[in-house]
Ligand binder design. Structure first.
Ligand SMILES: Cc1cc2nc3c(=O)[nH]c(=O)nc-3n(C[C@H](O)[C@H](O)[C@H](O)COP(=O)(O)OP(=O)(O)OC[C@H]3O[C@@H](n4cnc5c(N)ncnc54)[C@H](O)[C@@H]3O)c2cc1C
Ligand SMILES: *[C@@H]1O[C@H](CO)[C@@H](O)[C@H](O)[C@H]1NC(C)=O
Ligand SMILES: *[C@@H]1O[C@H](CO)[C@@H](O)[C@H](O)[C@H]1NC(C)=O
Ligand SMILES: *[C@@H]1O[C@H](CO)[C@@H](O)[C@H](O)[C@H]1NC(C)=O
Length: 411
């Protein structure tokens, strides 16, 4: 046993997916359990008003190479239940998986892109699973950070005027991170790429329609359209596997942004669907009137090193590396951040490094790994909207290393 260290308190801002950051709690390799007992404590502050009103927006996220890392981070008892957060808990993910990729105009299958074994999870149910047993303080909107003169503590200021002091503040507050902005100022604002994106959920209440839309693959199907659209169908909820009328789908379409276009309009989406091949055409044309169409901005920000104020401020998840989503890497890197943090702070806990060195080591590893991903994801988004480039890309032309393939593919 290393000598007993002073208590170390971590303030975490944001309780999204990276709620697993508080795996600053459990288990890497079975031997690190409850770091908290060893002297690291944490508190999580979330701007949403309460657990029951937490952001209702939903989508699916593919956990690919992050899956074994997640197993390192979560208590085994929770990881064993990961399938309950899957979009279809009855679907046992094959190894390797595939992503059928279609010509979005003709409906012709272009390629089954090989993937690692992966779970596609519901954002809402995944967050709920990972946050089991974790205490989140809601209705706490972070506004400002101050570094105390003692060089060892940091104070978070919240909108309601309250404050909290700890030894480390981790900004896990998503794409529009206030913590990132407080570190970088205006330079910390995420940038956007010139594409429009819509995302929606639909239940057709009709078994034949549901089976038709799900024909390409039980989980997910991608299309690329010569007009420069990227198309997506995935299953989101399977309340009853034997009753397709209950199935809920996630549909996404992205395209080159046009000035003055009303993006979150069902009529606009249906006009595009008229030019699509099956099953994308019907999947979109059958959307019932009144279905809410959400628009997303595609934002990115390339992480670079910052002054950690002697190891007192870090960023993780989308706060550290917002990226465009077509490659489906955001959550995987959030999980990788969590694992990296735990390992570095475990070393500090055991007296092998100082806490400041742990912070610097995490920062260097994350900036390098996720910075590359933000660039690749942006390039991938550009390519998917450029028919000529896509058709001639290595991924469509030939096979390759499975990791490379799944890296350059998608969600
Ligand atoms: C349509 C879409 C599809 C995607 N598909 C995939 C995929 O297939 N695979 C994949 O790996 N990733 C995917 N992603 C990315 C993935 O969803 C994100 O990377 C992940 O959700 C980020 O988690 P996070 O905890 O960092 O941020 P968030 O989930 O955004 O959480 C941030 C939290 O901070 C809170 N907060 C914000 N500001 C403050 C404040 N000032 N004070 C206190 N709290 C605050 C917010 O309320 C929120 O709860 C997709 C994203 C989108 C939009
Ligand atoms: C804090 O660090 C600065 C710069 O390293 C140093 O000049 C100062 O004396 C330190 N203050 C305390 C209270 O240790
Ligand atoms: C959130 O905090 C504000 C004060 O900052 C208070 O007026 C409001 O009632 C709180 N909301 C909830 C849901 O607790
Ligand atoms: C997208 O960006 C525009 C302009 O920056 C902004 O007005 C809009 O609110 C953003 N939409 C979302 C969903 O964040």
């Amino acid at each position: 046993m290393a000598e007993k260290k002073d208590p170390f308190h971590v303030l975490i801002i944001g309780s999204g997916m990276v709620v697993i950051l508080v795996t600053l709690r459990p288990a890497i390799n079975d031997d690190l359990y409850y770091v908290e007992q060893e002297g690291i404590s944490y508190a999580i502050y979330e701007s949403e008003p309460s657990a029951t009103t937490y952001r209702p927006r939903e989508w699916g996220m593919s956990v690919q190479w992050g899956l074994p890392m997640l197993a390192d981070c979560l208590p085994k008892e929770l990881f064993d239940r990961i399938y309950t957060a899957a979009v279809d808990p009855n679907f046992e993910p094959p190894d390797p998986g595939i992503l059928p990729t279609y010509n979005g105009e003709t409906g012709e299958l272009m390629k089954n892109i090989p993937l690692l074994r992966m779970y596609r999870v519901s954002r809402r149910r995944f967050r709920k699973l990972c946050s089991e047993g974790i205490d989140v303080q809601y209705n706490k909107t972070f506004t400002e950070v101050t570094y105390d003169d003692d060089n060892s503590t940091v104070t978070a200021v919240f909108q309601d005027g309250s404050q909290a002091t700890g030894n480390l503040l981790i900004g896990a507050d998503g794409v529009k991170s206030k913590v990132r902005e407080s570190i970088f100022g205006e330079e910390g604002q995420a940038l956007s790429v010139p594409y429009s994106a819509v995302n929606l959920h639909v239940c057709y209440n009709d078994a034949d329609k549901a089976r038709f839309v799900r024909q390409g693959h039980p989980i997910m199907t991608m299309g690329m359209h010569p007009n420069g659209y990227w198309q997506w169908i995935s299953i989101q909820e399977v309340p009853d596997p034997d009753n397709p009328a209950t199935w809920v789908f996630q549909l996404q379409t992205t395209w080159h942004r046009k000035e003055g276009e009303q993006v979150d309009s069902l009529a606009n989406l249906k006009a595009k669907a008229e030019t699509m091949g099956e099953p994308f055409r019907s999947a979109n044309l059958w959307i019932p009137e009144g279905t809410k169409v959400y628009s997303n901005n595609l934002s990115y920000w390339i992480p670079r090193p910052w002054d950690t104020h002697k190891g007192r401020v870090l960023l993780a998840g989308d706060a550290a590396h917002p990226m465009t989503f077509q490659r489906g890497q955001g959550l995987n890197h959030g999980i990788a951040d969590s694992r990296s943090l735990v390992l570095k702070y475990k070393n500090a806990q055991e007296g092998k490094t100082s806490y400041e060195e742990a912070a610097e080591a995490y920062q260097a590893e994350m900036v390098d790994r996720a910075g590359e991903e933000v660039r690749l994801s942006k390039e991938n988004t550009e390519m998917l909207h450029d028919w000529e480039r896509m058709a001639n890309s290595p991924i469509m032309q030939r096979g390759g290393h499975p990791r490379e393939q799944q890296q350059s593919s998608k969600p």
